[in-house]
Design a protein around this ligand. Structure first.
Ligand SMILES: [Zn+2]
Ligand SMILES: [Zn+2]
Length: 343
């Protein structure tokens, strides 16, 4: 089969003809119909993350058709449309057994530790295959498996309840999903904080109250809009020390700040003024769970989450086109979301 693979860290990906992956009796072989090109893939190609054995096929946002199922597989059939959960966990360790499989001691990620979706076929454990209804395109299904799923996990970690107020810091792919999902979970008001006008416009199209942090102090603005109460839940999806502080500072009594963006700079908080006095919580949110993907697919099917804006570029399974797209992601030159559609 055709595959575009990372052969050496810091070098362009290469096109290779390789054997179709063997699928075991508890696995399925999936014909890839769409594979999202993610910002993480640029990090992997550059060698900034420890990878599985090279060469390796990148691609962790995958949707396709089941080509073949192992003899023990019961949950999906050949010919079915599926999207794939990218974390392959053991299913038997303490973390897996308690539903926290992102901490599985032997977790391996598709397109990072094992061969992923920049190829014609990929083999995965059958439980990683999430049925994808006809109403959702393969392209949208693929991209759901990363940013949207991580946004849903963050809101669930923040325990968003109907009637609550939510602030979303950063209106990228994660933030736009978070705005819609928070609305779908019954949030009375969602405040969207960013410094880019086009993103804020998109946020208000999805029903959020836009807050332009280039023109005002977003914490003061949130306090003003909530009659000085602050929000119930604030989610940080940028990874900057300043926005993390603002996220925490925008909370009200019993507020929950959920940190999704990654920063190596320590986050300073005042124990009384920030935490004790409000009984506030600061919660880390890491990746997402298999069970959440089934919920997410249903939220797209029933119209809670609109994926029509997500994919804006279709790329063939060709090394130079994929490398070019990864170069653009490295240079932050565009917000275009690209998906590979193999032949
Ligand atoms: Zn991704
Ligand atoms: Zn495990």
């Amino acid at each position: 089969m055709k595959a575009v693979r990372m052969v050496e860290a810091g070098k362009p990906l290469e096109f290779q003809e390789i054997p179709i992956s063997d699928a075991g009796r508890n696995e399925v072989l999936v014909r890839v119909r769409a594979a999202g090109i993610c910002h993480s893939d640029a990090h992997y190609r550059a060698g900034r993350s420890s990878m599985g054995k090279l060469p390796i096929t990148l691609g962790h946002e995958i949707a396709g058709e089941v080509e073949w199922v192992g003899s023990q597989v019961k949950n999906v059939k050949a010919g079915e449309r599926v999207a794939l959960h990218y974390n392959i966990s053991c299913g038997t360790c303490d973390y897996c057994k308690t539903g926290n499989e992102q901490f599985c001691t032997t977790v391996r990620m598709l397109g990072h530790h094992v061969d992923g979706g920049y190829a014609e076929y990929v083999a995965v454990p059958a439980r990683n295959a999430i049925p994808l209804p006809e109403e959702i395109s393969f392209e949208a299904g693929a991209t759901l498996m990363c940013a949207s799923a991580t946004a849903l996990h963050a809101l669930r970690k923040g325990r968003v309840k109907a009637g609550e107020t939510v602030a979303v810091f950063g209106v990228g792919g994660l933030g736009l999903s978070a705005i819609q999902l928070a609305k779908g979970m019954g949030a009375a008001e969602v405040y969207a904080v960013d410094i880019k006008q086009d993103k804020l416009e998109l946020a208000s199209e999805y029903g959020a109250v836009p807050i332009d942090a280039a023109r005002c102090d977003p914490v003061e603005e949130i306090r003003r809009l909530t009659k000085n109460k602050g929000v119930n839940v604030a989610v940080e999806m940028i990874g900057l020390p300043q926005t993390m502080k603002q996220t925490v500072a925008s909370l009200g009594v019993l507020g929950r700040a959920v940190i999704v963006g990654i920063s190596r700079v320590p986050l300073e908080v005042h124990p009384y003024a920030t935490l004790i006095g409000y009984e506030a919580e600061i919660i880390g949110s890491n990746d997402h769970l298999l069970e959440e993907l089934h919920i997410l697919v249903e939220m797209v099917r029933n119209g809670t989450l609109d994926t029509s804006h997500v994919v804006s570029q279709i790329i063939p399974l060709e090394a130079d086109k994929i490398n070019q797209r990864l170069d653009e992601l490295e240079q932050f030159t565009s917000d275009v979301r690209a998906v590979i559609v193999p032949p």
